[in-house]
Every structure is written in C-alpha cells, then in structure tokens.
Design a protein around this ligand. Structure first.
Ligand code: SER
Length: 625
C-alpha cells in the first residue's frame, strides 16, 4: 500500500463506520489568529469541538494538509517534515475513548496489516488538571496489549491542544511502531527512537482558558491524527520519510541537481533533505487559496524563509547555474504529485512559479553581497583587528589553516545580524547557519543574539511606523483626507456587519485608496441585497448621528479585554491606540481618523464578492451629500 492508497483506505474505513468525508481546509487557519498555519486537522474543526453543529453530522473523516514550523530544526532527520498530511477521524460529541481506540486498533492491524507485536502505546500519566488515564490503558489491554507495551507519560507527551493559546484540548493516547529489522523488544521504551509515533487519539474534553485553567467542555470529542508520510514509510518499506512515494521523486530531482564535490556526504544529504522539505512547504503555501506571498511578516516571512533557505542549500550543493529554473522544476514535481488531491495547486501553478522566480531573483542578488559581508567579518575574526591589507597570501592561508580544523566558538551580536538583514535581506537564521557551516564554528550566544535581533527588529518597525504617521500628518498628499474618511468608514462597516449579519465576523484584511475602501471578512456565503442595504443603512445612521471619535492609548491585554476589535493575523505591540466611536464601535487601530462621523458623507457599498474560501470582500465608497 502506498501513500495515496493509505489516504483512500483510511477515509473509506471511517466512512464504513458512519463518518462523513470533508475536504482539507486552507493551510492558514480561519478561526485562530494566534497561530500562522494549520498545524493539525483540528484547527478548522475547533468551532464544532466547542459545540457548534457540523452540517455533516458528528462523525467526520479527512486528510488535512499541515505545516509545523516548530519542527524546522529537526528537518533533515529521518522523520520530521515541516509540511505533512494528517489523516483524522472525529467525534464531535459522539463516541469517546472506547470506540476510538478500538477503531484505531482495527485499522492498524486489520486494514494495514501491521503485526500486533510491532505496536506500543502511551497514555496520560495524570496531574493536577486531569487524572491518570487508566481507562484508555484498560481498553488497549482488552485488545490483548501487554502492560509492558503501555507507558504513562506526562502532559508534555500525552496531552494535545489547544491548537492556539486557548480552546479544546485533552489527554491523548499515542501509537508507536517498531521501525527496525531487529525483533521488537518485549517492553516498550519511549526513549528508544526505533519506536516511531504514527497515530494519536486525543480525547478532547477540556477548554483551556486565557488564565491557563481547564474547564470541561460541553461535549466529549475525539480528535485523531495519523501522519501520512510516517505510516506510508512503514507500509512502503522505506527507511526514512524521504523514501515515501509522495516525497521520493522530489528528493531524487534535488539530488540530481547537486554538483558539489567538496561537501561531505552527510552534509550533502542534509542539504538535499532540507530543500525537499522546504520546497514542498513553499509550494503548498503559495498554492493555498489564501494568497500568501513572500514578505517580512507572518506567513509571508515563513514562506520567504522556506524559499531562501532552499536557495542557500542549492548554493551549498553547487546547484547554482539557474536557481529560478531549479525551483520551478522542483515545485512542478510537487504539483504533479499532489495536484490530483489538492486541485488548488494546479489552478495556481503560474502564480507559484512566478512568485518563486521573483523571490529567488531578489534573494540571489542580495545573498551574494550578504555572504561576502559574512566572509569579511569572519576573516576579521580570524586575523583579529589587523587589517587584511597588512596580510599577504601566505599569512591568510596560515591563519585559515589554524582556524578551520578545530571548531571555534564565536560570539555574535544581534545588531550585526540585524544590519545584515536590513541591508542585504539575509535572514538571521541563515547568517547563523553560514557562520556555523562555512567557518566550522559554534555560536556561544545564539539565543541571546536572536533575542537582540528581535528587539532591533521591533524597534525598527516602531520607528518606521512613527515616520509614516509623521509624513501623513505633514500632508503626504491631497488624497489623505479621502483615505482618512474611508478609514473611519471601515470601522463603521466592520461593526455594522457584526450587528446586521453575524457577531462572529472578524476583519481579515483591509485596503484603502483615495477612491474606495476594500474590506475582507470571514463569512461563507454571498450577502443578500437586503443584507447589503441593511449594512449600508446602519453605517449611514451612524454618520448622521454625529458621533465624536476618541482615541486612547491602552495596554494590548486591556484593550482586548475591553472588547476592542482586532484584526485577524496582526501582531500588535504591547501598547496600542484604541479608537472609539460612541457606543457603536471600538477598535485597536493606528489611525488616523476624522474627528466626527458627520464628516463622512454618504456611504455606499459598490461590490460584494468572494475573496477566498470562507472570505467575503466588500468594496465601498463615500459620496458627497
Ligand atoms: N491533534 C492531534 C495531533 O496533531 C491529533 O490529530 O497529534
């Protein structure tokens, strides 16, 4: 059975147990602004785990595409990937531990044919928040599992969720497979990495609160996650995830590009794996229905890192003759493999290729300059403070011979990392990697240097914000009055949508020109003409009501607690300005706004359309009265 069949067999099995199949959701979570990517199948299902009724019932099965950037440092080993597919079956207030565990066992042993002797299990050990999960363990035992093959582990291992900061979570029970030709030992040792985790049954019965406490959920849920690549590795008889049929062709293509003769074999293998992994992730992010492009913030920054790190490793492999073309070919391979299942990839093929090309061209020109600055700095360190001009070729050679054989410990400043980032676009992680790999060094203060970098970065953003505001106040253009009025109208629209259409509506994006405002929000169908009219009317009432607009500086937490609206996906500073329009609207915002709503004229919605799956877009204008 290969990865493709596994996907199908799994969903068929759960359909035979009365589950309904749903499509994979976007890689960018809709219901949780505290995380950048969908890291597990549960993200899109959170509202239903909290009690909302799912239109297809309370048993669901799916395959969800996921990205976990927390694992980026493990990438290169045999089993960790940043992009992976997760199969899941879900009970939303229906079955609980017994049925979930029995179905998992039946699928592993009957459908996949995995021998009983090659399986082990973990259960939650219990703590102040929840008791030891004897129940799960006794269900495994009732299936013939010996006590020695069950380990009880603490929260760090056997608890899952919430996916973001708050929300559904609970104890879990994980299934491990003995991935070795040797006979599986009688007793399970969770520390032995020949036992590979393949599936996780989570018993979601708590709702984690902002204060850290766990409140029982209205309903008991089951969330299970089976890693497609890991299980396919076992079924297909591979040694690593790079042998899996959905990854191997990409890996082979990357390998064929490598021309370096000096890179040691293990480093070469590492670079090939990193590129294979990162380009899968980059292709999927670019192919997602939410149009993410490389940038310096949020998802765009991660995407940029995936692409730039791939390019950096292409350099190490000496696969540099036509990097944009290499990236296109690799992405094309990813699309060939997955486009049948995730049709967005086919639809967005040209977009994927052109964004990869733009980003690689941008990066390559700066990378060359950045790397030479790293070299300059490292050479300075090799020679101490003596200038290069004072050295002849022999002494340079001698210094290098002294430097390279033994690992050197160097200390770097966050400021230097930031200067390279700022002037050459070198991501700090890449600078660190270059120092470590090309100069045989360890960095004694890596954590501190990255923290200092983050501080510099924040400070810089604050300065550019203030700069932009100053420019604005100075009358950047005649258009400024028009955009300010539209900005205020955006707040009124945002609130009117919540009052007229649904209290769950959140801003998902906004763009204002001198002519019109554009506002994106989460909602899953077209608004009716009556609804559009009702929203317009409400905004116009507020304009006529002559409301004074006030601004107040607040701590972010206090602002959120006071009910001020915030925008999805935005990282706010700790101190924010909050704009209040009477009792009608309160939003965290940098402004600027008009003084009084009466300055706005007449509000009119000119278009209401879809912007992405589950996202609507309104365009509106202000007309003179
Ligand atoms: N949410 C759990 C996990 O990611 C099970 O799906 O492991």
């Amino acid at each position: 059975m290969d990865a493709k069949e596994l996907r199908e067999k799994y969903q068929q099995f759960f359909e035979s147990k009365n589950h309904k199949r749903i499509a994979s959701a976007s890689l960018i979570p809709e219901n949780d602004a505290s995380v950048l990517f969908t890291t597990a199948g549960m993200h899109p299902l959170v509202p239903y785990l909290l009690g909302q009724k799912h239109p297809l019932g309370n048993r669901i099965t799916d395959v969800q595409r996921c990205i976990r950037t927390g694992d980026i440092d493990e990438v290169g080993d045999d089993t960790h990937l940043t992009f992976f597919e997760m199969l899941g079956n879900w009970s939303m207030g229906d079955y609980f531990k017994e049925e979930a565990i029995k179905m998992s066992y039946e699928f592993l042993t009957n459908i996949l044919g995995i021998p009983h002797e090659k399986l082990s299990f973990t259960c939650f050990a219990g703590d102040d928040d929840a008791p030891k999960d004897e129940e799960a363990a006794s269900i495994w035992k009732s299936l013939g599992v010996s006590e020695k093959r069950i380990a009880f582990l603490p929260k760090k291992d056997n608890w899952w969720g919430p996916a973001g900061q708050t929300g559904p979570c609970g104890p879990d029970s994980e299934m491990f497979y003995w991935n070795s030709d040797e006979k599986a030992p009688e007793a399970f040792d969770p520390e032995d990495d020949r036992w590979v985790e393949i599936w996780n049954d989570v018993f979601m019965q708590y709702d984690k609160q902002e204060d850290g406490s766990f409140v029982p959920l209205k309903q008991q849920n089951v969330d299970t996650g089976l890693g497609v690549e890991r299980v396919a590795m076992i079924l297909e008889g591979g040694k690593t995830v790079y042998d899996v049929s959905t990854i191997k062709p990409i890996y082979d293509l990357v390998s064929s590009l490598a021309t370096s003769t000096v890179l040691p074999p293990d480093e070469k293998e590492y670079s090939i794996r990193v590129i294979t992994d990162h380009m899968r992730s980059a292709t999927f992010i670019l192919g997602d229905e939410r149009d993410v492009v490389p940038s310096n913030v949020d998802q765009g920054y991660i995407l940029r890192r995936f692409i730039r790190r791939s390019i950096r490793h292409l350099y190490l492999l000496k696969a540099t003759e036509d990097i944009p073309l290499h990236l296109e070919n690799i992405a094309s391979k990813v699309i060939d493999i997955f486009g049948g299942t995730y049709t967005n990839l086919f639809e967005k093929k040209e977009f994927i290729f052109s964004e990869l090309k733009k980003e690689s061209e941008k990066f390559i020109s700066t990378l060359e300059r950045g790397l030479s600055l790293v070299e300059k700095e490292m050479t300075r360190r090799m020679f101490g403070e003596v200038t290069l001009a004072e050295k002849n070729k022999d002494t340079i050679e001698k210094a290098k011979q002294e430097w390279f054989p033994k690992k050197k410990s160097v200390e770097l400043t966050g400021k230097w990392l930031f200067d390279l980032f700022q002037s050459q676009g070198m991501p700090p992680e890449m600078t660190l990697e270059e120092v470590k790999n090309s100069y045989n060094a360890t960095i004694s203060n890596e954590k501190e240097a990255l923290e200092e970098f983050a501080k510099e970065f924040e400070h810089h953003q604050e300065l550019s914000r203030v700069g932009a505001e100053k420019k604005f106040k100075g009358g950047l253009a005649d258009d400024s009055i028009a955009t300010t009025r539209l900005h205020t109208a955006t707040h009124l629209l945002n609130e009117a949508l919540r009052k007229v259409i649904s209290p769950d509506i959140k801003q998902k994006g906004s763009n204002i020109t001198a002519e019109r405002l554009r506002f994106d929000f989460n909602f899953d169908r077209k608004l009716t003409d009556e609804e559009v009219k009702a929203v317009e009317d409400m905004v116009n009432q507020q304009i006529k009501a002559n409301i004074e607009i006030s601004k107040e500086m607040m701590k972010l937490d206090d602002a959120l607690k006071s009910g001020a609206q915030s925008e999805f996906g935005i990282r706010y500073p700790q101190e924010v300005s909050v704009y209040t329009m009477g009792a009608f609207s309160k939003e965290i915002c940098m402004g600027p706004h008009v003084q009084n709503t009466s300055e706005l004229g007449k509000f009119k919605i000119v278009k209401e359309q879809s912007s992405a799956a589950g996202i609507r877009r309104i365009k509106a204008v202000l007309e003179d009265n």
